[in-house]
Design a protein around this ligand. Structure first.
Ligand SMILES: [Zn+2]
Ligand SMILES: [Zn+2]
Length: 288
């Protein structure tokens, strides 16, 4: 298990590496640009070089890039849809330039068109975008969502269906967000619920396709479908629940990324230290 957090790129992508290191990260997740805008400036080659160099020097790996929030590959509106498709391809390229291992994108919203239409559109968008691009080092990860509004990504069966229908399923992976899962109704805070959820992911998608865990506690309860992250151990899943997830045998080879609140400059440091304290000693892992 490698542990990291979502880190700010303010001042340039290379600045994120020092921040990650200072917070105790071994891995990092970043946005490649403004997460709430369509426009992006190409990377300054020097900045890119510096990013690669620093990641190597500080042994920060893997690098995960999170897609901007505006991209909706299921958008019924033609303008938004086209913009989303262009941005998706561009973001994927940027993630590849950053040497990212994974590019995380939320499953889209159908915005009233209905689940079936949304799933179909998302699957087609993925096929169209990925089918003909040359082999990328960066893996595309679909992230489960909390199920707010007309989201399609809160049930693993929908994500599985999107992967299957896209025809490029072998190029798609899963990012499992614990806060989103719990809010969507997967009771991963209990022994039984965690087992059942992991079995469900394995049956529908395959645990080998799960590469990244977004390790977040949640402000709101089970099945509330509300997406509000909380500090580890201070939310509804609590310390024991979060520790059990971190120690789940099938998750030991995954990258864990925190997207917990940043109330103070020490917030990441504290949450990362806590997650590290959950980590099993090497010998226990080999015994699992
Ligand atoms: Zn996300
Ligand atoms: Zn997340």
């Amino acid at each position: 298990m490698r542990i990291g957090a979502h880190i700010s790129i303010a001042g340039g992508v290379s600045k994120s590496v020092g921040r990650a290191k200072a917070a105790g990260c071994e891995a990092v997740q970043i946005f490649s640009g403004n997460p709430r805008g369509w426009k992006v400036k190409p990377f300054d080659p020097e900045e890119l070089k510096m990013f690669h160099l620093l990641c190597q020097q500080e042994d920060i790996r893997p690098v995960i890039v999170h897609a901007p929030y505006l991209i909706n590959l299921s958008a019924p509106d033609e303008t938004i849809y086209r913009k989303s498709m262009i941005a998706f391809r561009n973001e994927l390229e940027r993630a590849d330039q950053l040497g990212a291992d994974g590019f995380v994108i939320h499953v889209g919203h159908h915005l009233g068109e209905g689940k079936e239409a949304g799933i179909r559109k998302m699957a087609e968008s993925l096929r169209e975008s990925i089918e003909n691009i040359p082999e990328l080092k960066t893996r595309i990860l679909l992230e489960n969502t909390a199920g707010e509004g007309t989201s399609l990504g809160h049930r693993f069966e929908y994500i599985a269906e999107i992967m299957e229908r896209s025809g490029v399923g072998e190029k798609l992976y899963l990012c499992f967000d614990t806060c989103h899962g719990y809010a969507a109704g997967y009771d991963i805070a209990t022994v039984r619920g965690l087992d059942e959820t992991m079995e469900e992911i394995d049956r529908l998608i395959g645990l080998d396709r799960l590469r990244v865990v977004h390790f977040n506690d949640t402000k709101f309860g089970l099945s509330t479908r509300r997406d509000r992250h909380e500090h580890i151990g201070q939310g509804k899943m609590g310390l024991a629940g979060m520790r059990r997830i971190a120690r789940y045998p099938a998750l030991q080879d995954k990258t864990f990324i925190l997207e917990t609140p940043k109330d103070t400059p020490e917030s990441d440091l504290r949450n990362i230290a806590l997650l590290k304290s959950f980590r099993l000693p090497e010998k226990d892992i080999t015994e699992l």
